[in-house]
Design a protein. Structure first.
Length: 138
């Protein structure tokens, strides 16, 4: 198995550590998952921790980057290679990631903002439209 490199962001690395140490037990009131993508430049496996929502059997993510004017690296990686690995709780599965279409985005955005109101504040901080991502099991 190839080595997986965790996010260099200390805050995210701590979430990954806690997730792994607890066997995927979620934080109170928050659905967390680990997303592993392939680096678009290095080809290395990269892991990050993200909040998710559910739309039927699809996991929904928000590429907020805390309201920065640039997309997060994990989002750029999945655009280059949409084949990802997801760990939600104790379950690990392969998925195909894709940005929500313009028609899909509004209700999914509302779903995620209702779960995490800070996404609305992040959108106000940036001129880019924050992408909503769907993870569909392969």
């Amino acid at each position: 198995m190839a080595e997986i490199h965790d996010s260099p962001d200390p805050w995210i690395a701590e979430h990954i550590r806690r997730f792994r140490e607890t066997g995927g037990r979620p934080r109170p009131g928050v659905n967390d998952l680990l997303l592993t993508t392939r680096g678009r430049r290095t080809g290395e496996l990269r892991r990050t921790a993200l909040v998710y929502g559910l739309d039927g059997d699809r996991h929904v993510l928000v590429a907020s980057n805390r309201g920065a004017d640039r997309h997060p690296a994990w989002y750029l990686n999945l655009l280059a290679d949409p084949c990802v690995t997801v760990q939600a709780g104790t379950e690990t599965f392969a998925a195909r990631a894709r940005p929500a279409t313009a028609a899909e985005r509004p209700p999914l955005w509302r779903l995620m903002v209702s779960a995490r109101p800070e996404y609305a504040a992040y959108q106000e901080r940036t001129t880019r439209e924050i992408p909503v991502v769907l993870l569909e099991r392969r």
